[in-house]
Design a protein around this ligand. Structure first.
Ligand SMILES: Nc1ncnc2c1ncn2[C@@H]1O[C@H](COP(=O)(O)OP(=O)(O)OP(=O)(O)O)[C@@H](O)[C@H]1O
Length: 484
């Protein structure tokens, strides 16, 4: 289950008596149904659960079960008799078992990750069916949501709209965003005359952004580690005239620090699996030899061939208009970051100073400077010394090996983030924005919330953003429920 359900948690006050059919919490299956056998002292209930267990629970923690609910569930949760967590979960589960991954709650669509390709629900025939169909007439679908946004724009004098895609990490937000964009491209696309159309370029930019902004996490082999807002611009007649991709808060810490069994950003592994001549050019080798990659034992992904993905990424770069020279420069920077991570430091001769630890560290320092085309002494100084500017003077202070390693990681993170921003700008300028467009449909693919034993500041920001969005969702949902 991949969605927040706090919105539904208020139980409807219903009189629970002996004989009532109810839901009660269960450590294995979350909620289990059963029948109340007796009420104890007016506060607790004894329940005979359907798995044969006898459970005693507080009356305030049990929820009435709708025994007359349709066996196939309902396609809009506002039709449920009881809007509480077990009722909602049961409805979604019932539908999921019938391969219905989409369910409405008023005008909000809930999607459950099918964890398998379902091409038949996204094909051209489906798109044609949803085109112009009144909302709610056909089965719940992500195309219906995009269709509403598009119709609102056409029928209300170019009204702009945004579609928000939110959920836990691995819930399927990015896949959903891609489907939304594909459908909008279907509605507003032009006949291909020459070269690539805007919509094709937007769709083709995904593999590039994913190579640099996605990574394997515990929950998701292709987790987006940045927020993305795609603006699709339309002209007066509803044709796509431009697009822009805005990205937010790329997870910087991943560049230097990864936990087992996660991976760093895909691009590092792709480059290590590049054709031999490129490996030699960038002085790369087995990913296990790089500190930024070998903190985790995971190097390969099931069903993904990094060599093939490398070539696919290069092709996608061609399509979005990144020249051969620019591609060279991009991968030089990626390789440089791997080499930076291998520059280890040892104590220097002076107190609290540091120098590259050994020949290996010197090799990586030199290779980094060659790849970044900068002076090797200046690079060493930048890592091993700190410049402090006071109103009186400029002080250059040596750093001990530990502080030098911190400044090395800081440099790697900054370079990587700048590279990512550069890529996004490049994609935007080659797709082209329409400065005359007055309508746009935005799709916000926000980073998924996560909660670990120990959470970083980045996690805090991500979760805070999601909480804010959740509040928006709750307000919208309660309004829908009140009005239905
Ligand atoms: N509609 C779908 N059809 C088929 N597979 C899906 C669908 N939605 C999700 N998946 C599968 O689930 C995986 C995770 O989905 P996705 O990357 O979209 O999650 P996410 O919510 O964007 O996660 P994160 O916040 O970590 O980026 C996908 O790689 C894909 O294999």
């Amino acid at each position: 289950m991949m969605i927040h359900l706090h919105a539904y948690m208020q139980g409807t006050p219903v009189n629970i008596i002996a004989g009532s059919h109810v839901w009660v919490q269960d450590p294995q299956v979350c909620w289990i149904d059963g029948q109340v056998s007796k009420i104890i002292k007016g506060n607790d209930a004894e329940i005979e659960a359907t798995n044969g267990n006898k459970v005693v629970a507080k009356l305030s923690n049990i929820y009435p079960k709708d025994t007359e609910a349709p066996p196939g569930g309902v396609d809009d949760m506002t039709k449920l008799s009881y809007l509480h967590e077990p009722g909602v979960l049961q409805n979604l589960k019932t539908r999921y078992e019938l391969n219905e991954i989409y369910t409405y709650t008023g005008n909000i669509l809930i999607a459950i990750n099918p964890f398998q390709r379902l091409p038949h629900i996204y094909d051209l025939h489906m798109m044609q069916q949803y085109k112009g169909a009144p909302f709610g007439e056909l089965s719940p679908h992500v195309f219906a949501v995009a269709d509403v946004a598009y119709r609102a724009m056409i029928n209300h004098d170019g009204k702009s709209n945004s579609i928000l895609v939110s959920g836990e990490s691995g819930a399927g937000k990015t896949e959903t965003t891609k489907m939304l964009m594909r459908y909008l491209a279907f509605l507003g696309g032009r006949a291909v005359t020459e070269g690539r159309t805007v919509e094709q370029q937007v769709l083709e930019s995904n593999p590039v952004l994913e190579a640099f902004g996605n990574a394997k996490t515990v929950r998701n082999n292709n987790s987006s580690r940045f927020g993305k807002f795609v603006e699709i611009q339309f002209d007066k007649s509803g044709r796509i005239s431009g697009a822009a991709i805005r990205t937010y808060l790329l997870e910087r810490s991943r560049v230097c620090q990864i936990n087992d069994p996660e991976r760093n950003y895909h691009c590092f592994y792709l480059l290590c699996a590049a054709p031999q001549e490129e490996i030699e050019k960038y002085k790369l080798g087995n990913p296990k030899t790089f500190h930024y990659l070998n903190q985790s034992k995971c190097y390969e992904l099931d069903d993904i061939n990094d060599s093939r993905e490398y070539l696919a990424t290069r092709r996608a770069m061609d399509i979005v208009g990144i020249s051969q020279n620019e591609q060279e420069a991009i991968f030089r920077v990626v390789a440089a970051i791997l080499h930076i991570g291998n520059i280890d430091f040892a104590k220097g001769r002076e107190v609290d100073s540091s120098v590259p630890k050994d020949d290996k560290a010197k090799f990586h320092l030199k290779t980094t400077s060659e790849l970044l085309m900068c002076d090797v002494r200046a690079l060493e100084d930048a890592l091993c010394k700190r410049v402090m500017i006071t109103p009186e003077e400029v002080i250059k202070r040596s750093l001990d090996p530990q502080s030098a390693a911190i400044s090395r990681d800081g440099l790697a993170k900054t370079i990587y983030c700048r590279l990512f921003d550069w890529l996004v700008n490049k994609i935007n300028s080659s797709i082209g924005q329409d400065s005359n467009s007055k309508s746009l449909i935005g799709v916000l693919d926000i980073y998924g919330f996560e909660s670990f034993k120990s959470n970083s500041f980045e996690q805090f920001c991500i979760n805070f953003t999601n909480e804010k969005l959740q509040q928006h969702f709750n307000q919208a949902t309660s309004k829908t429920m009140i009005s239905t």
